[in-house]
Ligand binder design. Structure first.
Ligand SMILES: [Zn+2]
Ligand SMILES: [Zn+2]
Length: 225
């Protein structure tokens, strides 16, 4: 039976680390193993990052999302998928920092960010898991960008069904009014571990803009193509 994720995270901190990709000791994820992970290569829609022929996709042209643009460094498959699931459900949070640094490095230089904001968990789920993986990623990204972390700007106003279990058409409905933001200003960078349809970023960006943010950008470690 898997241990409580928080207990697993504590155990993880005192044991020698074994790389999730190659299985050898020395790091949670060696830098050469990180470099070999499946990248979310272009061409993609510059707005929502869906693979395509290049240029904005039909969906973004017809109905632009609430966020300005989204980026993800990796594809959610193979060792990336394993790493993010181990970090989320089995307490292997040491995997998040190297992935977060790699993700932060794909941000376009033209994005001027005033605050980094993680996609929050509902407090019930956070209590159950002991941590929010998006918040851990956001902390590393904020440090990398030398930008303030503003985790308190956004919260979940209600619990929602896990997005992963829902068909694409129901994802947006599931998140309607799920987020609440206050006193948002300037350019915000939203952070999550994985994105699929972008529905979570969309709902969170809507709340941040409603609360006064000028622009909202989104960054995920991985995208499920
Ligand atoms: Zn390795
Ligand atoms: Zn698009």
């Amino acid at each position: 039976m898997p241990a409580h994720p928080l207990l697993a995270a504590l155990t993880e901190a005192v044991l020698p680390q074994r790389c999730i990709a190659c299985g050898h000791f020395g790091a949670a994820l060696h830098s050469h193993c990180l470099a070999a992970l499946p990248r979310a290569e272009e061409p993609r829609c510059p707005v929502c990052w869906t693979p395509g022929p290049g240029g904005p996709c039909t969906r973004c042209l017809e109905e632009p999302p609430a966020f300005e643009a989204l980026r993800a460094r990796f594809r959610f498959e193979g060792d990336v998928r394993r790493a993010l699931l181990e970090a989320k459900f089995r307490g292997k949070t040491a995997l998040l920092a190297p992935l977060a640094v790699a993700a932060a490095d794909v941000l376009p230089a033209a994005w001027h960010i005033d605050a980094v904001v993680p996609v929050p968990l509902h407090r019930g789920r956070q209590r159950q898991r002991g941590y929010n993986q998006a918040a851990l990623i956001a902390k590393t990204v904020a440090r990398r960008l030398d930008c303030p972390l503003a985790a308190g700007l956004l919260r979940r106003s209600r619990a929602t069904a896990p997005q992963a279990g829902l068909p694409a058409a129901e994802r947006a409905t599931n998140l309607r009014d799920a987020f609440e933001a206050h006193d948002a200003v300037g350019e915000v960078l939203l952070i999550d571990d994985v994105t699929t349809t972008g529905a979570t970023f969309e709902a969170a960006a809507r709340a941040l803009k409603h609360a006064g943010a000028n622009s909202v950008y989104a960054l995920a470690i991985a995208r499920e193509d």
